[in-house]
Ligand binder design. Structure first.
Ligand SMILES: Nc1ncnc2c1ncn2[C@@H]1O[C@H](COP(=O)(O)OP(=O)(O)O)[C@@H](O)[C@H]1O
Ligand SMILES: [Mg+2]
Length: 340
């Protein structure tokens, strides 16, 4: 891919500045946060580092609705020493020249806004979007593996797959009432998917009004991201395996007073005030750009937009009680060979 390489990392975070992320619902384990809990630090490959650097350094990308509204705030690429790196990764230990002590080799990563900062009981859902799960140039072994892993999920045909799901235990905010493991996530069929999205926003626990606003926000953001991918540099996003990460405040003692304030601001058409309150309750970002580039590719983009259209449809079907009608991609926007 014709992506410029990023300059070397800007800063170094030591192991004692970092702690393990308490809640990681998908992906490779090992995401950490800064001690103030405001940032996550994720080990990132060259593609993901370059993607974020370009997103925030190139004014065309930075000005796009995609970057402004839907990417997690990015603080730069970093070198970091994971907590207990020497204990868990002895192979990463290297001799630092001129020093006697053995020091773990730092990881190269990115620093992003922690989406569940300040949420007391975060509900979390990670949804992979797109019909293309690997690059055309991927080794055959990977293609075969991905088809067998995900061929029966809605990914290849409809561009949607629930890849992470967590509902907190109200009696123990640190504990999980339900966190789906990899096997259970993979077993979610096309048919089951709308029911899982519905389960993500339980009106019985949250109250009808708050739950209904959360569904409205979810629909707004799936649709808004879809629009952002049709305009400006959003249309130059080539992303394979990216997700939308959704979380919200599930602690009703904290959420409901804020939600009341939102209702007042919203009713009075105080758009900015309403938005600030919404941001405290509900977080929506696109993440996971390890196979992403700023390069127009309509086929891949259409597969992502198909997924987002289907997610809008899912939320609509939950809100109206109508059955879900899945939309098929135009021929060529779906990897036909991957369908089973
Ligand atoms: N900015 C963030 N804030 C909070 N949690 C995050 C953030 N980014 C990622 N995570 C957590 O880490 C998981 C994996 O992140 P992801 O970027 O998809 O990593 P991977 O490249 O290993 O798939 C997400 O499902 C989510 O639980
Ligand atoms: Mg991921």
């Amino acid at each position: 891919m014709a992506t410029p390489t990023t300059p070397p990392t800007r800063s170094i975070l030591t192991a004692d500045e970092l702690v393990d992320l308490s809640l990681q619902v998908a992906g490779h384990p090992g995401i950490v946060t800064t001690r103030d809990d405001q940032w996550i630090v994720k080990a990132a490959n060259q593609a993901e580092r370059a993607f974020y650097e370009a997103a925030y350094q190139n004014p065309h990308h930075a000005d796009s609705a995609l970057v402004r509204n839907y990417l997690a705030k990015f603080a730069g690429t970093v070198l970091f020493y994971p907590p207990q790196a020497t204990a868990t990764q002895p192979e990463a230990a290297v001799q630092v020249s001129g020093q006697d002590q053995v020091q773990a080799k730092p990881e190269e990563g990115i620093q992003l806004a922690n989406q569940f900062h300040n949420l007391v009981e975060p509900f979390i859902m990670d949804v992979k979007i797109g019909t293309h799960l690997y690059e055309a140039s991927a080794p055959t072994e990977k293609k075969v593996r991905f088809r067998s892993k995900y061929g029966h999920t809605p990914s290849f045909r409809y561009g949607v797959r629930i890849a992470g799901f967590h509902i907190p235990d109200p009696s123990n905010p640190q504990g999980a009432a339900l966190t789906l493991d990899r096997e259970s996530l993979r077993a979610i069929t096309t048919e089951d998917t709308p029911a899982w999205v519905a389960k993500f926003v339980p009106a019985a626990r949250l109250g009808e009004d708050y739950a209904s606003a959360l569904l409205e926000w979810l629909q707004e953001d799936f649709a808004g991201l879809n629009r952002a991918l049709g305009e400006g540099d959003g249309a130059n996003l080539y992303a394979i395996g990216a997700s939308t990460l959704v979380m919200y405040e599930g602690n009703v003692e904290r959420a409901l007073p804020l939600f009341k304030e939102w209702q007042v601001a919203h009713t009075a058409s105080q758009v900015e005030a309403a938005r600030r309150i919404r941001d405290q309750l509900f977080r929506f970002t696109m993440i996971d750009f390890g196979h992403s580039y700023w390069e127009a590719n309509p086929t891949v983009l259409n597969g992502i937009r198909l997924g987002l259209s289907n997610l809008v449809q899912i939320v609509k079907s939950i809100r109206t009680g109508q059955p879900m009608e899945w939309q098929e991609g135009a021929k060529g926007n779906v990897d036909e060979t991957a369908l089973v």
